[in-house]
Design a binder for this molecule. Structure first.
Ligand code: SF4
Length: 220
């Protein structure tokens, strides 16, 4: 099937082959999981805010330092912003990220009695937490799947394989939710992220070594 969208023609994978591609990737990346470390829902909120334009490895080094200094949501809400900035500086964009962390702590503290909320709508009231991060928090902390977390890897690979050519993460998520059964949604993010880091790397995909090369439409 060929689809013409926004003056761009791209090849779309069939639903049957999309499921086959999922199964092959799921088999290849059996150990795929969230690569951010956390011991509480608010630690994951902070990790996701810090992860923008930063490696998960660095985030995993910095989050424990912040919580060593300010162990509770309330302490972060009341912390001097300069001290938060100083600790998280290695993660980049530290002024914006420190502001989001502090404001999120205040919102959790004041609106949600100190507990990270467990609904998509409430989570998106936190600063720096959009639909992608809310999906991850719901799945990882509350075992509640309402959608698919669409990040840069998912966006790129969904396009290349022929799963979606929609222009926004929200629309890509809708496309993926139509193709895959709900029981696949949680794993889909993790296996595409692992595939994007290992083989379908941005600007230099290793198609010769790809387990789904025969199914992929290789759209650019
Ligand atoms: S065949 Fe190439 S473009 Fe397609 S998923 Fe594999 S690495 Fe990516």
């Amino acid at each position: 099937m060929v689809i013409n969208l926004e003056n761009k023609t791209y090849k779309k994978i069939t639903k049957k082959n999309a499921i086959l591609a999922y199964e092959k990737l799921n088999e290849t990346y059996q150990d795929a999981k969230c690569s951010l470390d956390f011991t509480s829902p608010f630690e994951l909120v902070v990790a996701l805010i810090l992860a923008a334009q930063c490696t998960d490895e660095r985030v995993n080094q910095i989050v424990p330092l912040l919580f060593q200094k300010f162990p509770t949501v309330e302490q972060i809400a009341n912390a001097p912003i300069e001290e938060i900035e100083q600790i998280i500086k290695p993660c980049g964009f530290f002024k914006n990220k420190a502001s989001s962390i502090k404001q999120s702590a205040c919102i959790v503290n004041e609106k949600f009695a100190g507990k990270v909320p467990d609904s998509m709508e409430d989570l998106q009231q936190l600063k720096g937490i959009g639909r992608k991060s809310a999906n991850i928090i719901l799945q990882e902390c509350f075992h509640h799947t309402v959608g698919i977390a669409v990040d840069t890897h998912v966006t790129r690979i969904a396009r290349k394989i022929g799963l979606s050519n929609s222009p926004t993460p929200e629309k890509i998520e809708q496309d993926l939710m139509k193709i895959f059964p709900k029981s696949y949604w949680y794993r889909l993010n993790h296996i595409l992220v692992y595939h994007g880091r290992a083989i379908c790397i941005a600007r230099r995909p290793q198609c010769d070594h790809c387990p789904i090369s025969s199914l992929c439409k290789k759209n650019d």
